[in-house]
Design a protein around this ligand. Structure first.
Ligand SMILES: C[S@@+](CC[C@H](N)C(=O)[O-])C[C@H]1O[C@@H](n2cnc3c(N)ncnc32)[C@H](O)[C@@H]1O
Length: 268
């Protein structure tokens, strides 16, 4: 059994609590939904597969995986945040999806070895205090010849807001495990004994009707902790600077803002 030290346990509790609060308004103009579908496509989920989605959040990866495996397959998810798990299971019931999520720590998966044909993790590994352990667990529960798919942000969906906050000295400290370099993601997959490792950077452009839509969207991501820390005067200054910065993406019907994900795959 993995021993969880006090500071790691409290960091995990903080992550679970902050993502739980995000659950009702989670996703940013469909960024997570888009890259969730792409991760399922690049890893090659087929009808009949048994799929595990690690750090499921609101099901951006889980729901497209569940659709692909069909009635003969099985897709389930795990997440540390009870709020995410509750909201995603409620949505699964509403949509008639058989997919379900359980509260579980990615670093201590409560599944037997080789239980799945595909293991996926969308934008989750950056939050694991022990990333090597997280990758080792994904490898352990994957059957021989099964495939893993892991995504991280190269340039996150709210990159421009992050840049404005940094310039103004108002940003919160960066998340220590943030992975923006293909080589870093690739090395973690290789170190966990995956073969045929491939990491691709993919960009997609997302439309935000206006600044308020962009701002609301950003509050539905990890960027919320930065936004909520601003007082009214700071918030007004940030919004003015953001308007200037987003001008480069402005068209008649809104802002067309790019985001780039790293999509990593490997074979067990
Ligand atoms: C940015 S969200 C991504 C959610 C989803 N996979 C997606 O692509 O939209 C990150 C998720 O990782 C979960 N998470 C963070 N640390 C975790 C851990 N140690 N075990 C399981 N889930 C974790 C959070 O609760 C959150 O739901």
């Amino acid at each position: 059994m993995v021993t969880v030290s006090g500071s790691i346990a409290s960091e995990k509790a903080r992550v679970a609590e902050s993502f739980g609060r995000l659950a009702p308004e989670y996703d940013f103009a469909g960024c997570f939904a888009h890259f969730g579908r792409r991760l399922v496509e690049v890893v090659g989920v087929e009808p009949g597969h048994r799929v595990l989605d690690v750090a499921s959040g609101r099901g951006a990866v889980l729901f497209p995986a569940a659709e692909r495996v069909g009635a003969l397959g099985h897709a389930e998810g795990i997440d540390l945040a009870e709020g995410m798990v509750g909201a995603t299971n409620a949505e699964a019931e509403r949509c008639g999806s058989a997919a379900r999520v359980r509260v579980m720590d990615a670093e201590q998966l409560d599944f037997p070895d080789a239980a799945f044909d595909r293991v996926l993790c969308g934008f989750g590994v950056m939050f694991f205090p022990d990333q090597k352990q997280g990758f080792a667990e994904m490898r352990r529960v994957l059957r021989a010849d099964g495939r893993v798919g892991v995504s991280t942000w190269r340039a996150a969906e709210s990159e421009d807001l992050g840049a404005v906050l940094r310039v103004m000295g108002l940003g919160q400290p960066p998340i220590p495990g943030w992975i923006t370099e293909p080589e870093v993601l690739s090395a973690l997959l290789v170190e966990a004994s995956f073969s045929e490792v491939h990491v691709a950077a993919e960009t997609h452009v997302f439309r935000h009707a206006d600044l308020n839509a962009y701002w609301r969207g950003a509050r539905g991501t990890g960027m919320r902790r930065n936004i909520d820390a601003l007082d009214a005067e700071q918030s007004a200054r940030v919004r003015a600077a953001l308007t200037e910065r987003l001008a480069q993406y402005q068209r008649s019907d809104g802002y067309y803002v790019p985001a780039t994900a790293l999509l990593g795959t490997g074979r067990a």
